[in-house]
Design a protein around this ligand. Structure first.
Ligand SMILES: [Fe+2]
Ligand SMILES: [Fe+2]
Length: 257
């Protein structure tokens, strides 16, 4: 089966761009499954709560235009619609969260007769509340072709995890940093591994928006008086990988720009 995995979508314009491109990509690459990390799809200068999360409207826009599953991360719960968004059957959040956290972290699908599991994990460097990843992985019910979105800051954590579970997942695909990493691997057991798929976002600043609020806070200064976040204004780029998966192993992987 052919799978497209789209890294962190940053902002409504990038969301609209994905919605516009996915139908064409589905045809071009004969895609069976499209997964997109949407944790930041609603970030916008116009977002009244100045959060980074997801909205029901943008999630629906993605799902109506050929995205099958939306994964998430530390920002998934930002914003006033977080509870409703996480009730959606096609929306995931990191699996390794404490009991009582809104949403779910795993989904089982059957696509053209093949079982597929999409599992969303989160590292502690991205989510303070996250529980240890490996025990959570062991507790997950895995069926068929297993595709993992590992949302974490820590490259080594993702690399070691992928090596530890090589052969038990078809792919471990990193998200969260928004910065695409160059090498892509197929480990000896058949697990594809990418440290970070990279952002789908307007270009012009690291992360998809000028980081002045982060930098001000970093310097120990008050950032509350700064104007709301502004999105970058450059051309929108797609951060995505396409995988060909058979019998739980990835046969080949390529970047799609
Ligand atoms: Fe993100
Ligand atoms: Fe994140």
């Amino acid at each position: 089966m052919n799978v497209l995995f789209i890294g962190d979508i940053v902002g409504p314009d990038a969301t609209a761009y994905v919605a516009h491109r996915v139908p064409e990509l589905r045809q071009q690459y004969a895609l069976d499954l499209v997964i997109a990390n949407g944790e930041n799809c609603a970030v916008s200068a116009a977002t009244p709560w100045q959060g980074f999360g997801m909205s029901t409207g943008l999630v629906e826009l993605l799902l109506q235009n050929g995205v099958d599953i939306i994964t998430s991360g530390n920002h998934g719960w930002d914003g006033p619609e977080a509870q409703i968004v996480h009730q959606h059957p096609q929306v995931l959040r990191p699996f390794n969260m404490p009991d009582g956290t809104a949403g779910k972290g795993i989904i089982h699908l059957n696509i053209a007769g093949e079982d597929v599991t999409v599992l969303n994990l989160g590292g502690k460097t991205a989510l303070d509340e996250a529980l240890p990843v490996y025990p959570a992985w062991l507790s997950a019910e895995l069926r068929g072709n297993v595709i993992v979105d590992f949302h974490s800051d820590a490259a080594w954590e993702k690399m070691i995890f992928a090596t530890a579970i090589d052969g038990k997942a078809a792919a471990v695909l990193g998200t969260h940093t928004h910065e695409p990493t160059i090498p892509m691997y197929i480990l000896p057991g058949g697990t594809a591994y990418v440290t970070d798929v990279g952002m789908t976002s307007p270009t012009g600043s690291p992360g998809g928006f000028p980081l002045i609020h982060f930098a001000t806070k970093y310097k120990g200064e008050d950032f509350s008086a700064l104007p709301p976040y502004q999105m970058s204004t450059g051309e929108i780029i797609l951060g995505a990988v396409r995988l060909r998966i058979e019998d739980g192993r990835t046969l080949d992987i390529e970047r799609i720009y």
